[in-house]
Write a protein that binds this ligand. Sequence first.
Ligand SMILES: [Fe+2]
Length: 371
Amino acid sequence: MPVSEPQLALPERPPNLPHPEYQTPHGVSPLQSVRAAGLQYPNYTPFKLPNLTEKPFTDRGLSADPTKSRLLQAATAVTHLTPEIGTELAGLQLKDLTDEQKDDLARLVAERGVVFFRDQDLDVHQQIAFGAYFGDLHIHQMAGIIPDLPWVHPIYKDETAVNGRSHQIWHSDVSYEIQPPGLTLLKMDTLPNAGPEGGLAGGDTIWASGYALYESLSPTLRSFLETLEAKHSGLEQAEKALRTNGCLRRDPIETIHPVVRTHPVTKWKTLYVNENFTKEIIGLEKRIGDGILDALYRTVAEGYEFQVRWKWTKNAVAIWDNRATFHTGIFDYFPHLRHGLRVAPQAEKPYLDPESKTRKEALQQETGKNK
Ligand SMILES: [Fe+2]
């Protein structure tokens, strides 16, 4: 008897996708199915998309129960991996979460920066549907895609990876966009056998908390940073794409964002500049602005107490808040294969609410109120 395909709420496909005859089967990794269809994977066949414009966005975390009880009480274990960032939940399957639990998850991710799940039974279609609950899914301007599922960004390296440097720079994903992603999901399905004698090892990812980094700075510096905006640019990435594989789907853009932004759910301030995409601070002499940016990047890289390092296992999922964290993948596994799939719902246009507080200030105020 034919098995009916599950009905999932996938976004509408752009009309001009490459290879319209190809369809990823349900329950199969596109890493296998795309190649089995005789196509390149990830796929760089050029096609054009309209440029992105600002769209309304409401964070699902605003509908959460502030205690996140509907989610946390359903977990069999809740493990905070460091004081500042990172929580692992056990005993849950993302595909089975109710909308109420997803709302609580959005709030937990906003608060803890990154939340981890192991052993997820979640195929690529289910992952897309799950991500689409939280916002319009981002399609990358130049990265390789799955031909029929362009909202998925394959994280892929093998023996052909000649330069993994960009993965080792601390960053926030595609911060040059008008509305960069908020909550972002990465499921890792193939891990590198880069350990001694071919054992499984390598390819960990590190996240750093933007809230914790920001509140570690002196009040005087924080006040100054709050007056600043910075230019984030997708041009360098686009130029590299045109030099190498010739695939660019939208006009590359540069966007001005505040150096310090407010998270719409937690209302906490977080640092929002990153070494990959932030090019200059507006209104300062370039030399001075670059000096400030370099000092902030060093604080991101060297603030070990604000970081969590995650050791992937097959089918583990990380969900991070791309607004309030930085991350970097450790490229210590060349020439071995590492593969995962990323889905990134876009969030609000970054803003700074002058009434918002650092995380510690807000929590202290909350404690004071409850006394
Ligand atoms: Fe990234």
